[in-house]
Ligand binder design. Structure first.
Ligand code: AMP
Length: 178
């Protein structure tokens, strides 16, 4: 499997969910066992020696690969969810979207000050969602925060929105207009 093989398995859907957006649909790549394994193995290889203790996935496409990576790293998995989904006490962070605001939540007892955290999502566009996730984790207090995406949209400068982390790493880069 090469990066090009995996990129060609990702479907581009023009004008979804609204006109002008080129939606990168990973479900076509997820159907391919070699691509699925490639996503997991690339992440495990990259993060193996970084002392990660918790892998955090952002709802909902961040839930697909993150748990299998967590198992291989001997780390725990923690979901970051939309409001009203987590049953126990939560810490939350709101952030501005193109229209209105959105909120994400995490269980208040999910992290400890000793944790080295990897926050994962499928795709980096403007960076707004991940920026909020990083702020959420930072206000809970952990040792280090790493950030990972399967795909980074090249041309949107999303990385600039995400501040204060150890490192931001994307497995694949796709031009925003492709
Ligand atoms: P952003 O906060 O702008 O970086 O958007 C990232 C979130 O929205 C991720 O959870 C993605 O799953 C989703 N997203 C944004 N733009 C796209 C796109 N062009 N294709 C697929 N998913 C997208």
């Amino acid at each position: 499997m090469t990066k090009e093989d995996v990129i060609s398995a990702i479907r581009n859907v023009p004008d979804f969910p609204i006109p002008g957006i080129q939606f990168k649909d990973i479900t076509t790549a997820l159907q391919c066992p070699d691509c699925l394994r490639w996503f997991r193995d690339e992440m495990v290889e990259y993060y193996r020696d970084k002392g990660i203790t918790k892998v955090l996935g952002i709802e909902s496409r961040g839930f697909i690969i993150a748990p299998s990576v967590a198992m291989e790293l001997n780390a725990g998995f923690v979901p970051i969810r939309k409001p009203g989904k987590l049953p126990a006490k939560v810490v939350e962070q709101s952030y501005a979207k193109e229209y209105g605001t959105d909120t994400i939540q995490i269980h208040a007892d999910a992290l400890t000050p000793d944790d080295i955290v990897l926050i994962h999502d499928d795709l980096l566009a403007t960076g707004g969602t991940m920026e909020a996730a990083v702020e959420l984790v930072m206000k809970m207090g952990v040792r280090k925060v790493y950030v990972n995406f399967l795909i980074e949209l090249d041309g949107l400068e999303g990385k600039k929105a995400i501040q204060g982390t150890e490192e931001i790493y994307s497995l694949l880069s796709i031009k925003v207009e492709e």
